[in-house]
Design a protein around this ligand. Structure first.
Ligand SMILES: [Zn+2]
Length: 430
């Protein structure tokens, strides 16, 4: 029977295996099973109860999304009406999962005897499927089928040769993780000027897997649990705490603070976050995944925190909307805008004007619908714990110290292993 370590290695992506072989870069990676719980477990939200149909009534058709596909093109190629697509998009308004279709994701359609759409499933990965189902009144509602899976940590070490980006890439970090490291240390370290050749770094990362039977499928979700960066004689550290925020080893916050309300002036809240809200007309569960502010059209909408714009879209129900990726765990969405003042890919600062509010999409009046997502789950933006740039809370300081001790030990073991490997490689060359 293979050891847990070799089993995990078999599931290591090819890129990592390449990095492992690259002794020239002095980088190595081994996935280790660790005793510590990852800092941040995504919460399973309650989902509306929709009873599945008896299997014999279902006729199934599968469609693999290709690059350049749009929902409208897929629906017409499958012979479904634009009306049905509108109904599905109405159901998706509070999720917006269908707005950006990724190649490789799978759509499964279930038809009734009249070849009409009964249900549609969007398969994002084994841990995240979304089922849109037709109800008795002909409208669709959605249900998220979530499997939180398991988080396995791995330790990556590397030495700077060329740019930090290239060296981190070779060590096995992805673009988002590299951006996270740069953001965490950005205030104190200029990665393009201050980083010296020979500087080195250690990263403990967790990857998410869904286990079904004997197979283990990576969901593509990952997060950085801890980083140490050694440059000249300085050490920079960042550790993820169980409140979802990063702190230096001494407990100082490394987060950019968030604004609770992304507006320049005070406005009345016209509708609260409510994952179990009922539709006023149909009576079906239509989650309200954000907070509504009664703002007149044309009011300035501000970025809640520093980040990068990842979506500027137009949706028949959500209207014009903007989505921002903040460091690591956080995302924000701003809906029903009259005008976007930013474009996808743009870097924004906290408090920057990103849009003008409006009444686009299906609304009863002008307002701003604001969403905060932590670990890809919508949370109540008015109540969630948001980074306020303060130190580790006193009541969880001991737990934090314990975590960083375990993670640091893991880093040291891996750094030692990498040194031994590079010594061996040098001995071979000499
Ligand atoms: Zn709303």
């Amino acid at each position: 029977m293979p050891s847990p370590v070799s089993q995990t290695l078999a599931a290591t992506p090819l890129m990592h295996r390449r990095a492992m072989q690259s002794l020239v870069m002095l980088s190595a990676i081994i996935m280790l099973w660790t005793g510590f719980r990852p800092a941040f477990e995504p919460a399973n939200r309650e989902v509306p109860s929709v009873s599945p149909l008896p299997a014999e009534e279902w006729k199934t058709r599968r469609y693999a999304i290709a690059s350049g596909d749009s929902l409208s093109r897929i629906f017409s190629s499958q012979g479904f009406s634009q009306k049905q697509m509108q109904q599905i998009m109405a159901a998706d308004q509070s999720l917006l999962a269908l707005d950006i279709l990724r190649p490789g994701h799978i759509l499964t359609f279930e038809l009734d005897d009249n070849q009409q759409l009964l249900a549609m499933e969007l398969h994002i990965h084994a841990g995240n499927r979304i089922l849109y189902q037709r109800d008795d009144n002909g409208e669709f509602s959605y249900q998220e089928l979530l499997n939180p899976g398991e988080w396995h940590s791995s330790t990556l070490v590397g030495t700077i040769s060329g740019s930090f980006y290239q060296s981190a890439k070779s060590a096995g970090l992805n673009d988002t993780e590299i951006a996270t490291v740069q953001q965490l240390f950005g205030d104190r370290l200029d990665f393009s000027r201050d980083v010296q050749a020979g500087a080195h770094f250690q990263v403990v990362r967790s990857d998410n897997y869904v286990v079904t039977g004997t197979s283990k499928e990576a969901t593509g979700l990952s997060r950085i649990e801890g980083v140490r960066f050694f440059n000249r004689r300085q050490q920079f550290t960042a550790f993820l705490h169980d409140n979802g925020q990063y702190y230096a080893a001494n407990g100082d916050s490394l987060e950019r603070a968030f604004m609770r309300v992304p507006l320049a002036h005070r406005f009345r809240i016209s509708d609260d976050f409510n994952p179990r809200r009922l539709h006023p007309v149909t009576g079906m569960v239509r989650p309200h995944n954000g907070t509504d502010f009664a703002v007149p059209t044309g009011s300035a909408v501000l970025a809640a925190a520093e980040g990068r714009v990842i979506r500027v879209e137009q949706h028949p129900f959500a209207g014009r909307y903007v989505e921002i990726q903040h460091h690591g765990q956080y995302k924000t969405r701003y809906l029903h805008l009259s005008k976007a003042l930013v474009h996808p890919g743009q870097q924004v600062t906290r408090g920057q004007r990103i849009a003008l509010s409006g009444a686009t999409g299906r609304v009863t009046g002008a307002h701003l619908h604001y969403e905060l997502h932590i670990n890809n789950r919508p949370v109540d933006p008015m109540r969630a714990s948001i980074p306020l740039a303060t130190a580790v809370p006193a009541d969880s300081r001991d737990a934090f110290i314990q975590r960083i001790t375990i993670i640091s030990k893991q880093m040291e073991q891996q750094a030692l292993l990498a040194r031994q490997q590079s010594d061996k490689a040098e001995a071979l060359v000499n």
